[in-house]
Design a protein. Structure first.
Length: 95
């Protein structure tokens, strides 16, 4: 089963936050990132957790607390994926 990935800058546009802000949130959440050339990608499923985090921060919750709450509120499938890379095919899979 293959999974969709979203460019970090594209995700930032969708969430209407600066790319640097999103990088910080990704770090706080412990989200796996994939770097290809000059671009950084995250799992498309991660957008749900990031939307929760954006809502919490908009409500005035500090980023660290918002990250913990977003992880707790997020659906299990958004946080349960493990990333594997295949050296032969250079494919990225979520199982």
């Amino acid at each position: 089963m293959t999974t969709e990935y979203v460019k970090l800058t594209e995700a930032a546009r969708k969430l209407t936050v600066h790319a640097d802000t999103l990088r910080y949130w990704v770090k706080l959440l412990g989200v796996e990132t994939i770097k290809r050339g000059h671009a950084c990608y995250i799992l498309a499923e991660t957008l749900g957790v990031l939307m929760i985090m954006a809502r919490l921060i908009a409500e005035g919750i500090p980023a660290g607390e918002a990250a913990a709450k977003a992880k707790a509120e997020a659906p299990a499938e958004a946080t349960a994926c493990l990333l594997y890379t295949s050296d032969a095919a250079d494919a990225l899979l979520c199982v």
